[in-house]
Design a protein around this ligand. Structure first.
Ligand SMILES: [Zn+2]
Ligand SMILES: [Zn+2]
Length: 178
């Protein structure tokens, strides 16, 4: 069995940069029976980008909350059963690149939805009263953040073909009160 020792500093570097297979050797050594999985979770600022990379952004503060929206609008907008998103603190969003690529669809009675005009990635919605970025799609964020969904909204409209998992998160039949 190969034993590898890290001091605290090296351990976090290994967890961040090195796949376990490389730490323990790709062909020879097997992973020890008692393996400690270290997941490095970093605080803000959080970075993210769209699929084509043209739109890049940063979030400077911890989001107010995060969760899944199961409304039919989000189903169509994403082509999936639900949209995972983080509700941002006002003033915490910074667009780093791609302003000219961002297009907006305003349904009229809801928050304007923004997407990348090159790759079609769903980006964020905007607070209707201020026009600030309000809710960023969680899948855009680069790995390593500690943002975790805490709720499901519009569960009364959830798809029949993908039941909401029994995950213990808060559930709201309609929207989540702000
Ligand atoms: Zn894009
Ligand atoms: Zn929704």
């Amino acid at each position: 069995m190969t034993r590898i020792r890290f001091d605290g500093c090296d351990l976090s570097r290994a967890a961040r940069d090195t796949p376990a297979a490389r730490v323990y050797g790709s062909g020879g050594a097997s992973v020890p029976e008692a393996t400690v999985i270290v997941v490095r979770v970093a605080g803000p600022p959080y970075s993210g980008h769209c699929l084509c990379g043209g739109v890049r952004f940063e979030v400077a503060e911890e989001p107010l909350s995060a969760g899944y929206c199961h409304c039919t609008r989000c189903q169509r907008r994403t082509g999936t059963a639900a949209s995972a998103q983080a509700r941002l603190a006002p003033g915490s969003f910074r667009l780093l690149a791609g302003e000219a690529l961002v297009r907006e669809y305003a349904p009229g009675d809801g928050w304007p939805k923004c997407f990348c005009s090159v790759c079609g990635s769903a980006l964020w919605s905007k607070y209707p009263d201020t026009g600030e970025v309000g809710s960023v799609r969680l899948g855009l964020f680069d790995p390593g953040h500690g943002i975790r969904p805490q709720w499901h909204t519009f569960v009364d409209y959830a798809c029949a073909w993908e039941p909401i998992p029994d995950d213990g998160l808060e559930r709201y039949p309609e929207g989540k009160p702000r």
